[in-house]
Design a protein around this ligand. Structure first.
Ligand SMILES: Nc1ncnc2c1ncn2[C@@H]1O[C@H](COP(=O)(O)OP(=O)(O)OP(=O)(O)O)[C@@H](O)[C@H]1O
Ligand SMILES: Nc1ccn([C@@H]2O[C@H](COP(=O)(O)O)[C@@H](O)[C@H]2O)c(=O)n1
Ligand SMILES: [Mg+2]
Length: 208
């Protein structure tokens, strides 16, 4: 059985518990390389990648009633209420046959963290923390060229502030439980992946 915590269990997350899903949270500042490394982990270790930001952007495109609110919050670099993001994550996990998920960019604040554990009853196997200097992250985001509304210097600075004030405490919370693997994400992609591989290889061995 994966790591399960006490909480209110609804029909939807009862199904998730029955699936015995394993979750790894992938955290780090904006532009630290979470999405890039998740793509490598998917290929090498068979996880399914769920990016909270991507799910929110897809929700905007779908014409959802929450679309305008989400769009405005992303433009401002603010964290969307947990109930919206958690529903998207739960749905994505239920719709996928895999039982191993990389949840990228979530939990982003204390509200995200507590609500996810209470609502789903799932605790992460471990947390990957991509640690990178702001100057490097800023350079990467300004060169990303994916047309994201939040990849401009004004929003990037707001996102850095939110990361330091709201997201780092979440990482500290899991660190105090011995669940965080901190990775130097300032190195080239292939070198970062070498460090990531070592962590997942050990995890695989424990599973055998
Ligand atoms: N180790 C690296 N060295 C140099 N460039 C990198 C590295 N990792 C990722 N990049 C590049 O930096 C940009 C941001 O990477 P990525 O999208 O993976 O970051 P992210 O952490 O998911 O960011 P966000 O939180 O904004 O979604 C991309 O253009 C990517 O190609
Ligand atoms: N848990 C989350 C994750 C993301 N958001 C919003 O999406 C923006 C982009 O996220 P990325 O991970 O793709 O960088 C982020 O700045 C938030 O506005 C969120 O609200 N909650
Ligand atoms: Mg990303």
């Amino acid at each position: 059985m994966g790591a399960i915590v006490d909480g209110a269990i609804t029909e939807m997350n009862q199904t998730l518990l029955e699936k015995n899903v394993k979750v790894v949270f992938v955290l780090g500042g904006p532009g630290s390389g979470k999405g890039t490394q998740c793509a490598n982990i998917v290929e090498r270790f068979g996880f399914t990648h769920l990016s909270a930001g991507d799910l929110l952007r897809a929700e905007i495109k779908s014409g959802s009633e929450n679309g305008t609110m989400i769009q405005n919050m992303i433009k401002e670099g603010i964290i969307v209420p947990s109930e919206v993001t958690i529903k998207l994550l739960e749905r994505a996990m239920l719709e996928n046959e895999n039982d191993k998920f990389l949840i990228d960019g979530f939990p982003r604040n204390e509200e995200n963290r507590a609500a996810f554990e209470n609502v789903t009853g799932i605790a992460p196997e471990f947390v990957l923390f991509f640690n990178c200097a702001e100057e490097e992250m800023e350079r990467r985001l300004l060169n990303r060229n994916e047309g994201r509304v939040d990849d401009n210097i004004e929003t990037i600075r707001k996102r850095f502030k939110v990361f330091v004030e709201s997201s780092l405490p979440v990482i500290e919370h899991y660190n105090s439980k011995g669940k965080v693997h901190k990775i130097d994400a300032g190195k080239p992609v292939s070198e970062v992946f070498e460090d990531v591989k070592a962590i997942f290889s050990n995890f695989d061995k424990k599973e055998e």
